[in-house]
Every structure is written in C-alpha cells, then in structure tokens.
Design a binder for this molecule. Structure first.
Ligand code: GDP
Length: 297
C-alpha cells in the first residue's frame, strides 16, 4: 500500500533497529526499556512521548506476563495505534464547510490543498479553492494549476490584496455555486508572528461572519522531514490559530516518521492526513491502525 511504501525509510531505520535490539535480548529487563526509549528518541518520537510509550509498555508487559523480548514488538505496535487513534475524520458536514490551511512555506501546503481538493472531488464534493496566500504571486499561480488538475474552482484576487477579502469572496462563491467545501490557502510567514496572528484572526472573523454555522477545520501542514522541529513549529502556530488537525507531508522521503507520535501526544492534535509523495493521489486519510501496522510490521 501507499502508506506502507511511504513509511519505508522510517521502518528501515527506527523499526528495524528496535526489532534488532529486541532480538539481541534473551529476557525482558530494565535495560531493554532504556535501549528502546533511546531508539525511539533517535527516531524523532520525542523525549516525552518515548518515555510515555515505554511506561505503557512496562505496564502491559507486567500485566500480560510477557516474557519473550520479541513479543514486545507486537505490544509496541498496539500502544502506538492506541496513542494515534481519535479525531482523524474531517468534519465537513455542512454545505459549505470551510477548511483553512496554514503552515510555513515549503512544507507542502499548496500541494496538500491540491491533493485534498482532488480527494474531496473524487468523493463527489464540489470544491472551491481560495487563493488567500496573496503574499507570493507564485502561490496563486501554483494553486491555479492544482485547481485545474483537481477540477476545483479557484477564487483569487491580485497579489498583495487582503487575504480576508479573498476568503470573503470564496465563501460568497461557494454559496452562489452551491459548493460543498471551501479550502483556503494562507500565507506561510512565521517570522512575523504578530502579522500572522492578525491575519489569521481577521480571516477567522470573516468565516465566522459569513458562514457562522459552517463546519470548520484549521489544518496545519507540517513537513515530516523536519522531525522534532515540526513540533516546535506547531507550537508556534497553536498560539496563533485554533488548529483542528495536522497534515504531515513528505513521510515518503524521511526516516523521521516517528514524529507522528510526538505530534499526537505532545500537541494533542490529531493527524488527519499524511503526504506520501508528490502526485495528486499521494494524500492519505490517516488511519492509526494501518499506520502502526506499516511502521511496526
Ligand atoms: P508550500 O510552499 O508549502 O506551498 O509547498 P509546496 O506545495 O509548493 O511543496 C513544496 C515541495 O514539496 C514540492 O516540490 C512538492 O512537490 C513537495 N511535496 C509536497 N508534499 C509532498 C509529499 O508528501 N511527499 C514528497 N515527496 N514531496 C512533497
């Protein structure tokens, strides 16, 4: 499957080293848990989360009377799946619903919007894309290409125009054309946090005013290849917006896939989609069990 292929590098690095380590033990003792914790941290699971995983593992080993170190691998898979489960589904029941997509430049925001438009389009939904990253001319052009590719309609203004005004137009277009979902791009400047916060809160006010009863999602796009930096990036954005979920991109090119756990545990945010390639069908709805199976197969 695509998720299995996408997690190849993480599996070959983190999971393979965990498996080899467990194999080298003849019985389960404290040093096994310590080594495991270290390997998880090296796999970008994060110090806090790695500690929690091992704590849960100690508990389960004791509770179930597990004796064979190799059986720890299966337990680990179960714990990871349990940890990642919950909140994956996109809440887009109203017509229209509004999805705001945020994240710094280069993480794969535009590509994700295009893929998501195609995914929702394939489910029979009529999608409007709002080019509210008005800061970069290239962002508008890029989104236009994705609109054509995914069969979505694009709402845009000129470069430099007010992002909130583009969002206003997009919602108006969605109402007029009876679209199901509006997906809005936003500028990815994190270096000026005050501007970002002001821009995002202005956009939120427009959505609240123009579509008060609409289901809303605020998806933060993070690049898995940045590992633990993605977690600090998310914390920055959490102070500027009410994030409802994460899209984790570029899992296919990195051994740092363990960061998924860190995001779920430490930020308390569900991963809703993962990006496993550059093509239009390389966005996968996140499935905790499938993910854990692909990671620790
Ligand atoms: P933006 O600046 O955040 O809008 O980023 P873009 O959408 O332009 O993406 C930046 C680069 O990352 C492009 O070359 C994309 O093709 C690539 N990209 C995006 N998502 C993925 C993914 O899931 N996997 C891989 N391998 N590349 C991706």
């Amino acid at each position: 499957s695509k998720i299995r292929d996408g997690l190849k590098k993480t599996r070959e690095s983190m999971s393979a080293s965990v498996s080899a380590m467990l194999n080298s033990f003849t019985k389960i003792d404290e040093s096994l848990f310590e080594e495991l914790e270290e390997l998880l941290i090296m796999g970008d699971v994060g110090v806090e989360t790695a500690g929690r995983v091992c704590e849960e593992l100690r508990r389960k080993v004791k509770e179930q009377g597990v004796k064979d170190p190799n059986d720890v691998y299966d337990l680990l898979r179960t714990i990871v799946a349990d940890m990642l489960r919950g909140g994956e589904e996109l809440k887009i029941g109203t017509k229209p619903s509004v999805i705001l997509v945020i994240g710094v430049n280069g993480v794969g925001k535009t590509t994700t919007i295009g893929k998501l438009a195609a995914l929702l389009g394939s489910q029979g939904k009529k999608v409007i894309l709002g080019a509210a990253d008005t800061f970069r001319a290239a962002a508008i052009e890029q989104l236009e290409v994705w609109a054509q590719r995914s069969g979505a309609e694009l709402v845009k203004q000129t470069q430099g125009s007010d992002p909130a005004s583009v969002v206003f137009d997009s919602i108006a277009a969605a109402k007029a054309r009876e679209a199901d979902v509006v997906i809005c791009d936003t500028a990815g400047r994190l270096h000026n946090k005050k501007n970002l916060m002001e821009e995002l809160s202005k956009i939120s006010r427009v959505i609240q005013r123009e579509a008060p009863d609409a289901d809303r999602e605020v998806l933060l796009v993070l690049d898995a290849a940045t590992g633990q930096n993605a977690v600090s990036q998310a914390r920055e954005f959490q102070s500027a917006a009410e994030i409802t979920g994460i899209v984790l991109t570029k899992l296919d090119g990195t051994p740092k896939g363990g960061v998924v756990l860190s995001i779920r545990e430490e930020l308390g945010l569900p991963v809703k989609f993962i990006g496993v390639g550059e093509q239009v069908d390389d966005l996968q709805t996140f499935d905790a069990d499938q993910f854990a199976r692909a990671l620790f197969e």
